[in-house]
Write a protein that binds this ligand. Structure first.
Ligand SMILES: Cc1cc2nc3c(=O)[nH]c(=O)nc-3n(C[C@H](O)[C@H](O)[C@H](O)COP(=O)(O)OP(=O)(O)OC[C@H]3O[C@@H](n4cnc5c(N)ncnc54)[C@H](O)[C@@H]3O)c2cc1C
Length: 411
């Protein structure tokens, strides 16, 4: 029995099903996907919190047919609003040919780029017979802010990197383990992230389709008592129970420590007119950041299927916390600055939906232990991104790892 049909629960159930086990998945919500859901509003697709699928994630292999998702790629790099105006900055690992352009357009001192190279040295050094995690394991555990300081990364590149990573890691204090930040940068160098033609929810739906008839939605689990699951007034006895909910719910159901989580709010707007952005994310690289937005984009430039023909879809994401709830007006004003749109014009953007996701990601501060135990004993297991890394990759790895642990127990 698997509780929760997010990516981790679905991946776990699929591996067990393929291993010949009889699996049922109980999901509280009205559809599968967990944190990966897509709303269709007036013909626009709005994911519940802006996120991207990186086709380079190794855990996709063997369970996801990426081609069938028809990914629509974002461009590699970002457009940063600098103190001197907007500048396009290429990803130094993905587009090394554009490094001179990057230097010419926004970075005043070549030393800034050398410092970034110092920070990324473990990734840039040839690694015969060593995996990336082996390279990173050999290093001292530091937060990303400490690691960037030590490497001497400053100036515009530091501001852009900090702002870009704030949008990916959902923290702007630099507290995330540097090793994890490096892995992410490596992933962005290996694959160009994008959005599936039918929305991000197409990803979990693809896994669920292979579990036909075994996933019950609208079935919230109230309690897990040994290997008996209580849902809707019925007690379901099982040989093993996998709690694949988010971290906070798992804490309630099986008593694992609740992870500290990080939140984000994404606002989606429809517009008749918006600048052509070439499918790039926009970030604020100014010395004084002008508002709460960590990234924004004209999403339909990269993913035309997200908007009806002739219309444009914009998103802006900002960090969300108990003392930090950005207003829509502030987010709109900051986005208009980042995209270079006069506020009078931005005032015409129509809010489609605003998604507040308070538990979007588990915090991953240094020291970094990516792999947490999943076997709680007595036939109970726990899986989800909070057991591995807070990402699509982490959720899939966790599901597969937990299925292996269940199989080892049940034989
Ligand atoms: C806004 C946002 C942006 C993100 N951006 C990215 C990105 O760009 N790249 C990336 O790799 N990752 C990103 N992530 C992270 C990624 O989406 C998650 O790590 C992953 O989806 C987590 O999957 P999961 O299965 O572990 O948990 P969840 O998706 O949370 O699944 C848990 C499931 O359990 C169900 N459940 C909870 N309680 C019960 C109960 N009592 N009974 C039954 N069911 C229950 C829930 O309804 C849910 O369906 C982002 C996440 C968010 C929210």
């Amino acid at each position: 029995m698997v509780v929760g049909a997010g990516l981790a629960g679905l991946r776990c159930a699929l591996a067990l099903h393929e291993g010949g086990y009889d699996v049922t998945v109980l999901e509280a919500a009205d559809a599968v996907g967990g944190r990966i859901r897509t709303d269709v509003v007036d013909g626009f697709r709005a994911d519940r919190g802006f996120q991207l699928l990186n086709p380079a994630y190794p855990a996709l292999a063997g369970c996801v047919d990426v081609d069938a998702l028809h990914l629509q790629s974002f461009a590699a790099g970002v457009t940063a609003l600098t103190d001197d105006g907007p500048r396009r900055l290429a990803h130094p690992l993905r587009e090394p040919r554009l490094v001179p352009t990057t230097l010419a357009t926004g970075v005043r001192r070549p030393g800034e780029l050398a410092a970034v190279a110092r920070w990324l040295r473990p990734l840039l050094t040839p690694r015969p017979r060593r995996t990336l995690s082996q390279v990173l394991d050999g290093r001292t555990q530091r937060s990303r802010a400490e690691a960037l300081d030590r490497a001497g990364v400053d100036g515009l590149l530091r501001r852009v990197l900090d702002r870009f990573l704030a949008g990916v890691l959902l923290e702007d204090g630099g507290s995330t383990a540097d090793d994890y930040a490096q892995v992410l940068v490596w992933m962005f160098a290996k694959g160009v992230p994008g959005l599936p033609r039918d929305g991000m929810q197409a990803l979990p739906e693809q896994l669920a389709a292979r579990l036909a008839g075994r996933v019950r939605t609208g079935a919230p689990v109230e309690a897990v008592d040994g290997t008996t699951v209580h849902a809707g007034g019925t007690a379901h006895a099982a040989r093993a129970v996998v709690v694949a909910t988010g971290g906070p719910e798992a804490a309630g159901l099986v008593g694992v420590p609740a992870p500290v989580t990080k939140g984000v709010v994404t606002t989606w707007w429809a517009a008749d007119d918006a600048p052509r952005t070439g499918g790039l994310l926009h970030v604020d690289g100014r010395t004084r950041v002008g508002g709460p937005v960590v990234n924004c984009a004209v999403v339909s430039d990269a993913a035309p299927s997200y908007a009806p023909r002739g219309r444009r879809l914009l998103q802006a994401s900002a960090l969300l916390g108990p003392d930090r709830v950005p207003t829509e007006a502030d987010v709109r004003r900051h986005t208009s600055e980042l995209l270079g749109v006069p506020l009078a014009e931005a005032a015409r953007w129509e809010v489609l939906v605003r998604h507040e996701v308070p538990h979007a990601l588990p915090a991953q501060p240094a020291p970094y232990t990516a792999t947490k135990p999943v076997d709680l004993g007595d036939g109970r297991f726990v899986c989800g991104d909070h057991r591995d890394t807070g990402s699509i990759q982490g959720a899939l790895v966790s599901g597969r790892r937990t299925a292996a642990a269940v199989a080892a127990r049940l034989g």
